[in-house]
Ligand binder design. Sequence first.
Ligand code: C2E
Ligand code: MG
Ligand code: MG
Ligand code: MG
Length: 277
Amino acid sequence: KAKEAGKDRILVFDYPMNDSFIERMHLEKQLFMAMENNEFELYYQPQMDLTRNTITGLEALLRWNNPELGEVSPHKFIKAAEDSHLIIPLGTWVLTTACTFLKKLHDSGLHHLTMSINISMIQLLQADFNEIVLDTIQTCGLDPAYLELEITESVLVESYDLVTSKLNELKKHNIKIALDDFGTGYSSLSYLTNLPISTLKIDKSFIDSIRTGTHQDALIEQIIIIGKRMNMCVIAEGVEQTMQLEYLQEQGCDKIQGYLYSKPLSAQNVIQFLNPN
Ligand code: C2E
Ligand code: MG
Ligand code: MG
Ligand code: MG
C-alpha cells in the first residue's frame, strides 16, 4: 500500500488515516494564510509553586482562531505546521511574542516570573535556532534565566548529538530546558544524565490515574525521586482535582499546572489573574 501511494508522499505527509490528503493540503494553505492574517494568539497557563504557594511561571500555548474553522486545537494544527515547515516562522513568532510579554510582566513588577515555550524538533534542528533564541532574548532585554524551552522526548530520538550540543550551548547562556510529556513516548533514562535538563514535566496521563488503583502511582513517585535527586524541578501537568494536588504535594512534587488553578488564559486575562483587585 505504501508503495502504491509513492515513497515521497509517505515520507512528507504522515497524517492520521481519517484525514484525507486534500483536507490536509487545505489545512496547510489555511495555516499560511493565518500567519498573514494574524489569526494566531498566545494563551498563558500559570504554573503554581507548591512550596512557595505562588505562581512562579507561565507556559505559552498557541491558539488558532480561524473565521471558517473556528478554534482549531494545537493537536490538530501543530503537526500540519511541522510538516509544511510553517512551524519555523510560527515558532519564531511564538518566541518573540512570549518574550515580549514576559518583559512587559517583569517591568510591571512581576520580576520573578518565568516563561516556558514549547519548541518543535523542526525548529530545534534549524541551523540558526540558538541564534534566534539568543537574539530574541537580547532584543527584548530579558534575563535568559527566566526562559525555559520545552522539548519532548520524541525530539531526541533524531539527531541526538546535534540536539545535545545545541541544548548545552543554550544552557551556557542560562536558558532552562524542560522535558515535556515525561514518561510517554520514546523515554530513555539516559537522556536525564546526558542532557542539560532542568525540569521534568510529568505527563497528564499519569496524573489522571492518581489513586485509581493502578501501578502508575509508583511511577509518579519514582519520577519525583529521580528528578529531585538530579536537582531538577518536577512539575505535574493536567492537575484537575484537589485529591491529585494533595497526593503530589505529599510526594514532594515542586510545581503544578492544570485546570485546578487555571486554564490557559489570554494575555489580558492572565494579567488580571496575576494581579487580583
Ligand atoms: P503540552 O505542551 O504538553 O501542553 C499541555 C496541554 O495540556 C495544553 O493543551 C493545555 O491546555 C492542556 N492542559 C493543561 N492543564 C490541563 C488540565 O488540567 N486538563 C486538561 N484536560 N488539559 C490541560 P493545548 O494548549 O491544547 O496544547 C497541546 C499541545 O500542543 C501542547 O502540549 C504542545 O505539545 C503543543 N503546542 C501548544 N503550543 C505550542 C507552540 O507554541 N509550539 C509548539 N511547537 N507546540 C505547541
Ligand atoms: Mg508544554
Ligand atoms: Mg506536556
Ligand atoms: Mg503534549
